[in-house]
Write a protein that binds this ligand. Structure first.
Ligand SMILES: [Zn+2]
Length: 210
C-alpha cells in the first residue's frame, strides 16, 4: 500500500478522476484517469525533488494534494483513521504508533510536503519504520532501540540545561564544556557530539519534552 491509498482509507476521502493517460509524478503508477499537473501544483511548490518523471497525477495522489491539512499539520494515518496532532504529542506517537500499516508526518511551519519522498514507505513494523519530518527531504528511519537511547540521552542533556541547538549541531558552548568538566561528565558530552548529522537524533531532540 502506498501513502496516497493509506491516506484515502484513513480519511475516508473522495477521489475525482481526470482524463489523462500516463504516469503519476507522485507515486509513479500508470493511470488512465490522471489529472493535469497545472491543476494540482502551484508556482511555489517546493517538492519537485521528490517526484517521479511523469505527465499527470493519478486520482489518489491528486486527493492528497487537494487537502492542505496534510501539508500544514503533523498527522498520523492508519486504517483506523486519521488524526492531526500537536508536536508536544509527537514523541509519544513515534514510540507508540497504531497497528500497521500507518504513517507519521511531523510538520514544523507547514510549508513543505516532505512526505512526498515517502510514497512507498508506509510503516509495517512499529519498532522499525519510515516517517517524515518537514525539515528533511528524505524518509527518516525510526528504530525503537536507538530512538529510546537517543531520547534518554537528550532528556538527560536537557536536564543539564544543554540547549536543543547544541544537541542538534553537536557544537557545545564553552560554558557547557566548563559545566561538563565540573560535573565530570565530559565523556557524556563527547558521546552526544557523535550523533550529529543523524536525522533520527535531530528529530528526537526536536520532539523531546521536559
Ligand atoms: Zn499517484
Amino acid at each position: 500500500m502506498n501513502l496516497s491509498k493509506l491516506l484515502l482509507i484513513a480519511t475516508n476521502g473522495d477521489i475525482k478522476k481526470g482524463d489523462i493517460a500516463g504516469t503519476c509524478v507522485v507515486c509513479g503508477a500508470e493511470t488512465k484517469s490522471g489529472i493535469s499537473l497545472k491543476k494540482m501544483v502551484s508556482g511555489n511548490f517546493t517538492g519537485w525533488n521528490c517526484l517521479f518523471s511523469g505527465n499527470c497525477m493519478c486520482p489518489e495522489c491528486a486527493f492528497i494534494f487537494s487537502d492542505q491539512t496534510f501539508r500544514r499539520r503533523s498527522w498520523l494515518a492508519s486504517e483506523n483513521g486519521f488524526k492531526t496532532f500537536k508536536n508536544d504529542e509527537a514523541c509519544s506517537i513515534l514510540f507508540s504508533p497504531p497497528a500497521p500499516p500507518f504513517f507519521i508526518h511531523i510538520a514544523k511551519i507547514g510549508q513543505k510536503q516532505t512526505w512526498l519522498c515517502c510514497m512507498n514507505s508506509v510503516a509495517n513494523n512499529p519498532n522499525q519504520y519510515w516517517f517524515s519530518h518537514e525539515n528533511y527531504d528524505i524518509p527518516i528511519l525510526f528504530e525503537k532501540n536507538k530512538a529510546q537511547l537517543y531520547l534518554d540521552m537528550a532528556l538527560a542533556a536537557l536536564d543539564m540545561k544543554i540547549t536543543k541547538t547544541e544537541l542538534r549541531t553537536g557544537e557545545f558552548k564553552p560554558k557547557t564544556w566548563t559545566m561538563a568538566y565540573e560535573k565530570g561528565c565530559q565523556d557524556f558530552l563527547r558521546d552526544l557530539g557523535r550523533f550529529k548529522r543523524d536525522p533520527l537524533w535531530e528529530v528526537i531532540v526536536d520532539v523531546a519534552r521536559r
